[in-house]
Design a protein around this ligand. Structure first.
Ligand code: AMP
Length: 372
């Protein structure tokens, strides 16, 4: 049994700790200034970090953890490096540094020969205009740092929208410009590698979004060709071994007629892996903890079909949960517009039934949505 410190206090920290309590681990959480700690209330000690705290002070305040891990990308890497003097930090600071910055991430993928959207990094208006002219409309422009769930992103359709953004460029951070990928669907792969180098992957998940935020995951993704699965596995193994990565690594993918391009990497457990909590396998949370405490990853291949639907700014009506095939996961957060406040996992014996149930639940939760 170990003492594990988690940088971050959100729902991913909550679900890691809930899984870890079962294994007898103890937890401490690192909260940044102003960060809400509601999700982890009662699950361990919370240490409010101040930026000038030394590594040793923080390590002591956390109760001398055996391992430090993260539940979010935007963690100060120098803090992780300082803690790495005293205990294991997994995943390693280098992987986290790379994933914090879309430019660095894309450059790494390119150097490892892993397909992405065509892209260029730009720092001023002239570079932006030149990149969009090369890559064409529509272009996806994303800030290199601090963008998630569709934030800090612009979809440029025409020269007017380009000129508008170019005029603001002096006030914007470095950006990455991507050419549009004409994908059929979005998939993700959750992979895990232990301290000893044992690797496991979950089946590909098919993911749908609502207003840029994940809405549903369906596992295993339907109609996955053997070469697509092989490519996904190859991408995962390449990245895991490049970093000697330890823990869960999540890979968001575009599927273009069976050929994959990486959209984004997340060096942590991921919303599209939540289905694993109720599907009769070792969940991504348990497997992350096993990996960082050097235990062989547990089973990742569910016997049944599994799905997940996010609760975005909404509480489920009670009768929606009076069903045998659903499990509610609630994050102990206040409900605000579009905020992820929980999710519902669903199991079914066949794919058609799973789709039907996800559609029914979606219609109850989001009655005003047009068909997506
Ligand atoms: P991201 O924050 O990078 O995951 O982007 C949010 C969403 O925008 C993705 O899930 C896609 O649906 C869409 N998107 C992002 N980049 C591209 C691209 N290069 N081509 C087409 N769609 C994209």
């Amino acid at each position: 049994m170990m003492r594990i410190a988690i940088a971050g206090c959100g729902q991913l920290a909550r679900m890691l700790a809930v899984a870890g309590w079962e294994m007898g681990h103890q937890f401490a959480f690192i909260a940044d200034r102003g960060e809400s700690t509601d999700c982890v209330a009662g699950l361990g000690d919370v240490v409010q970090r101040d930026e000038h705290m030394s590594g040793t002070t923080l390590f002591e305040a956390l109760g001398q953890p055996n391992v430090v891990t993260v539940e979010k990308e935007h963690v100060q890497v120098s803090m992780l490096e300082a803690l790495a003097e005293y205990c294991r930090v997994a995943p390693g600071p280098e992987a986290i540094r790379t994933c914090q910055h879309r430019g660095r991430e894309k450059a790494l993928l390119r150097s490892l020969d892993i397909a992405t959207a065509p892209f260029e990094l730009v720092e001023d208006a002239a570079e932006l205009t030149a990149a969009v002219n090369t890559l064409g409309f529509p272009a996806y422009v994303k800030s290199c740092e601090q963008g998630y769930d569709g934030q800090n992103q612009w979809r440029l359709h025409d020269t007017e929208s380009l000129d508008r953004l170019a005029a603001e460029m002096h006030a914007l951070p470095p950006l990455v410009v991507e050419g549009a990928v004409d994908f059929d669907r979005e998939l993700s792969l959750i992979a895990v590698r232990s301290v000893s180098g044992d690797v496991a992957t979950y089946p590909l998940s098919e993911n749908r979004h609502r207003e840029g935020i994940l809405l549903t995951s369906e596992v295993p993704a339907p109609n996955v060709k053997a070469h697509t699965l092989k490519q996904a596995e190859h991408i995962a193994h390449t990245l895991l071994s490049h970093w000697s990565y330890v823990g869960v690594l999540s890979i968001e993918l575009f599927d273009e007629n069976g050929a994959l391009r990486v959209n984004e990497l997340a060096p942590r457990v991921h919303n599209s892996g939540h289905w694993s909590q109720d599907s009769g396998v070792t969940s991504q949370f348990s497997n992350h903890l096993r990996a960082i405490t050097d235990v062989l990853p547990g089973a990742t291949q569910p016997a049944r079909h599994s799905g997940m639907i996010n609760l975005l700014g909404t509480e489920p009506p009670a009768d929606l949960l009076q069903t045998r095939d659903t499990n509610l996961h609630w994050y102990n957060k206040s409900v605000r517009n579009r905020r992820k406040v929980g999710h519902i996992n669903v199991q079914a014996d066949d794919r058609a039934r799973l789709k039907q149930r996800l559609t029914e639940i979606e219609a109850v939760l989001y009655p005003s949505d047009e068909a997506l």
